[in-house]
Design a protein around this ligand. Sequence first.
Ligand code: PLP
Length: 380
Amino acid sequence: MLYFDNNATTPLAPEVREAMLPFLGTEAGNPSSAHLAGRAARRAMVTAREQVALLLGASPEAVVFTSGGTESINTAVRGALAAQPKKRHVVTSTIEHSATKVLCEHLEREGYEVTWLKVGSNGLPSAVEFAASLREDTALATLLWANNETGVIFPIEEMAHCAHERRVVFHVDAVQAAGKIPVSLAHVPIHLLSISAHKFHGPLGAGALFVRAGLGLPPLLYGGAQENGRRAGTENVPGIVGMGRAAELALAAIIHEMPRVAALRDKLETEVRRLVPAVRFHGDPQHRLPNTTNFALPGLEARALLVVLDRLGVACSIGSACSSDSPDASHVLRAMGIPEDEAKSSLRFSLSRMNHADEIPAVIQSLAKALQRLNLQPST
Ligand code: PLP
């Protein structure tokens, strides 16, 4: 299979699988148990916490293990609001992942006021508009570091400094950024940050929330005292161990592999343009993840194209995996002012360090074949 859907999920790295295996078998202790197996699980979690902290440029004590990006985001947002009951205003953007979007829509139904920051046609929000949106009663600003559909990278550092000056809790959804671009929390005043292991060749169902020291954040899940009382429930030890190893590999790959991935993505774009001169690429080309491209093939129905590509062994997507069943055009592309028909003719290809140069001509060949099979000629 030609796998180009890495923003949906990434294949498990073999080294990660190897690190996890003992904890799926012989060393399957509960980290809260006093016996040998429990102690081994606890030790493995200490290592994993250090590995995840290194990826984020954070201290290990600030890392809370969760079941993934969605849980981390819900914990951050619900926790920040519960800690400041008098403040009823939240700032977010119009192009968040559904984990934030749907949560904020719920908050509106619960009586919170939500400011939805607009983005330009390049997919970027304005830092000036962000500053203007912050108020005395703003409990929280929650924004993407990088968008999952277009790969566009927000000016997060500037926004974090602004939120910090205005004493507004700042949560960042770094699910797509972590492991692809440097994320260093040592010098950026971000209070809360969410990541997910399966986006950087770790296992599904494992994530982390960074919680800056001193921030009193009530848990989302109550029960046992795991994670220092910050997240109840027996820990997913194999998942956590896998995330730790994946974080270690991802940190090295940012320098050693991502430039190669970016070059592959650029080559893919060049070849797509050669095949379909009318192609329109979405998102600011200067501020985007090294692995993502999203483009419209005007006049074509992306959903139909996706089915044919799948039959030809190519995995890509029409946007977020979470909304792939929806007949609606992508809310991200629509928010960028892209007309509905163009949004519906758009495809996302997302690469990873597991992609290789010889896959680019192969995927272009499949795309050409798919266009032929559909008997569709892209408009020029
Ligand atoms: N945030 C972003 C930007 C994502 O891309 C995703 C997953 O696609 C999530 C949050 C949710 O993460 P998870 O799948 O770990 O719940």
